[in-house]
Design a protein around this ligand. Structure first.
Ligand SMILES: [Fe+2]
Ligand SMILES: [Fe+2]
Length: 293
């Protein structure tokens, strides 16, 4: 068991402390105010793509190839609304987890930074939900039940909490980088993605530092079978995140006939495999590096 009163001091622990000190200074120096900084147009043009084609769930699929250009345009709008809704729900859950840890034993060295992290995630959640309600008339409801935590030893559970956060943030950032650079999408969409990437770069640096340290502690405090269970859990969680991208209502809102069948067809299409690998390559590489894959 992890003795939280006397946590194991390791190189990874020293590294996480140095990282959060640097990130705290950066968060203070580079503080943004999205409530003032973002110029929201009255409406967005419906004759341009809101989501780059290469990031849409239909890309590379047989069913997607049957869509007309008009259907693809409509779907790009609703895939965009779901993507930002998914951000909002993901951030809601990670905020809950970070708030639970923030002033708990074992997190004293990172609690200061966590306040900045929470503040920034709250801002992201505001601008993404504002985007959805302004231009889509709603934030899509998250209908999937939450991915259940597996009851393991405290040190393993602590590792999984921050590993889950890192997986989600790395996946969303894959989108942010591509969308922010796409001149074809409306300017406000580029701006939101650029702003999110700007702050998420710090969150992911924090995530990598704390995950490496918590994995180190988990290995020292848990049996091999617990560590194997963690590895299997991470694989399932990555699969759960990828499945979440195929939100059924966005196909229906785009006016596609037999929306649910269509969704199942694109989701099962082997053409999606290379996209799934690209979205998760960075985080899988990180887990492999620290021995968690
Ligand atoms: Fe965020
Ligand atoms: Fe974040």
């Amino acid at each position: 068991m992890l003795d939280t009163a006397n946590p194991v001091r390791t190189d990874t622990h020293a590294q996480r402390k140095a990282t959060v000190d640097r990130l705290t200074a950066l968060s203070i120096r580079n503080k943004t105010n999205p409530f003032l900084d973002i110029a929201w147009p009255e409406s967005l043009p419906e004759d341009v793509m809101w989501m780059p084609h290469e990031l849409m769930t239909v890309h590379g699929t047989q069913a997607g190839a049957t869509l007309t250009p008009e259907q693809l345009l409509r779907l790009s709008k609703w895939e965009s609304i779901w993507f930002y809704s998914f951000n909002v729900h993901g951030e809601r859950h990670l905020l809950r987890d970070v708030l639970n840890c923030m002033h708990s034993p074992g997190y004293e060295d990172v609690s200061d930074y966590m306040h900045h992290f929470v503040c920034e995630e709250n801002n992201h959640s505001w601008f993404f939900s504002n985007f959805c309600t302004r231009y889509g008339g709603k934030v899509y409801v998250d209908k999937r039940s939450q991915f259940q935590a597996q009851p393991l030893k405290p040190a393993a559970n602590a590792f999984l909490i921050f590993a889950r956060i890192l997986i989600l943030e790395e996946m969303l950032d894959y989108y942010n980088v591509i969308i922010a650079a796409d001149e074809a999408v409306p300017a406000v969409i580029r701006e939101l993605n650029a702003l999110h990437h700007y702050e998420e770069a710090r969150h992911m640096a924090f995530g990598r530092a704390i995950v490496a340290d918590l994995f180190d502690k988990a290995r020292k405090n848990c049996a091999d079978e617990d560590i194997d269970a963690c590895r299997a859990y991470l694989d399932r969680y990555i699969g759960w995140c990828l499945d979440s991208l195929y939100y059924p209502a966005m196909y229906r809102d785009a006016g596609i006939a037999d929306a649910y069948q269509f969704r199942n067809a694109v989701m099962a299409d082997p053409g999606r495999q290379s996209h799934h690998e690209a979205m998760t390559a960075k985080v899988r590489k990180f887990f492999a590096k620290i021995g968690a894959a």
